[in-house]
Design a binder for this molecule. Structure first.
Ligand SMILES: CC(C)(COP(=O)(O)OP(=O)(O)OC[C@H]1O[C@@H](n2cnc3c(N)ncnc32)[C@H](O)[C@@H]1OP(=O)(O)O)[C@@H](O)C(=O)NCCC(=O)NCCS
Length: 295
């Protein structure tokens, strides 16, 4: 806490906790960086997590960092942003140190999905690479050529407990609040695969600033993942809006199928965990993450 406070004072900035009133300032910050979050995303993150930021003398939020707890053992560090004119002063480093201290004091492991620039800040702080993630986008996606069978159905409120249980296995921590939020926000893109009474996969999504993002997408096989995607997007809801998917690099087959369907790789991320290179959950089941800010 002391480092970031002192740094802020040296730079003529104010360091403070973030709260519900920062939805607008946070949205401006992430929009300036070209990110996909909406005000609803910021509302969710500020309500479920804890955030800190720096403010310029004219009252503008110029930097942010949040911690989002998942269960009792893991938290995601999210929305690490420093506005362009204030970069390379050590602000992100000291905000991160504060997040890490906050989580260490609670015995919670920090994870995050890093951009290329962010990774250069996180490596010296002790974060280690777990796996790469490719951000695949299409402005006018056409998934009809993926040629998959219709095997999913629309998710209902009765599926919630089973989805939360499978998400806990796939991600590696309890994410009931996140799953409920996504289902409430965009029920039309939520689908599940059920076989012999057992829920084996699901897709949820949310409308972003520029793209519909589908994730988490959890499935027992690549065929099931493609079916969920196709039915969620093309045939399920009949939508045709720009689509974004963050695909773990170990699902190279899915990435290739998306490229064949006209998707391009917009950028890469790296999933990182603090101080341990152990994989959490079962990444083989995760065909698309929720997004780097939500994991
Ligand atoms: C990434 C970001 C948060 C870094 O913020 P920052 O306050 O400038 O970072 P710091 O000043 O603490 O940087 C610490 C060190 O990280 C490295 N670093 C940070 N940004 C870098 C960049 N763009 N290129 C190369 N090295 C970089 C440098 O080693 C730097 O030390 P130095 O300035 O003494 O050389 C900021 O550039 C940003 O908001 N970018 C857009 C959004 C984003 O990618 N956020 C990260 C999400 S995971």
């Amino acid at each position: 806490m002391e480092n970031i406070k002192a740094l802020a004072a040296n730079l003529g900035l104010t360091y403070r906790d973030l709260g519900p009133a920062d939805v607008g300032g946070g949205y401006l910050l992430s929009s300036q960086a070209g990110w996909n979050q909406t005000e609803a995303d910021w509302r969710l993150m500020l309500a479920n997590g804890q955030g800190w930021g720096l403010e310029s003398p004219d009252g503008q939020l110029i930097a942010s960092a949040l911690t989002l707890p998942y269960g009792t053992e893991v938290a995601w560090i999210s929305m690490v942003l420093v506005t362009e004119t204030w970069r390379r002063h050590g602000i992100a480093t000291d905000l991160l140190r504060h997040c890490i201290d906050h989580l260490d004091a609670r015995g919670v492991t920090a994870g995050l999905d890093a951009t290329e620039a962010g990774r250069l800040v996180y490596l010296p702080l002790g974060f280690q690479d777990i796996y790469p993630i490719d951000r695949m986008v299409a402005e006018t996606p056409d998934l009809s050529d993926l040629g998959v069978e219709r095997i999913s159905r629309a998710m209902t409120a009765e599926d919630m407990d089973k989805v939360v249980a499978l998400e806990s296995v796939a991600f590696g921590a309890e994410r009931g609040a996140l799953i409920a939020h996504l289902f409430r926000q965009t029920p039309d893109v939520a689908r599940v695969i059920e076989r012999n009474g057992e829920l084996t996969g699901y897709a949820l999504g949310r409308n972003g600033r520029n793209y519909l993002q589908i994730g988490p997408l959890v499935a027992a096989s690549e065929t099931d993942a493609l079916a969920l995607l196709t039915e969620t997007y093309g045939q399920g809801s009949g939508t045709s809006e720009p689509l974004l998917l963050d695909i773990p690099g170990h699902h190279a087959g899915l990435i290739k199928s998306l490229k064949d369907a006209g998707f391009t790789r917009q950028r890469g991320y790296v999933r990182m965990l603090m101080g341990q290179a152990e994989v959490m959950g079962n990444p083989g089941l995760v065909y698309a993450i929720t997004g780097p800010e939500l994991a």
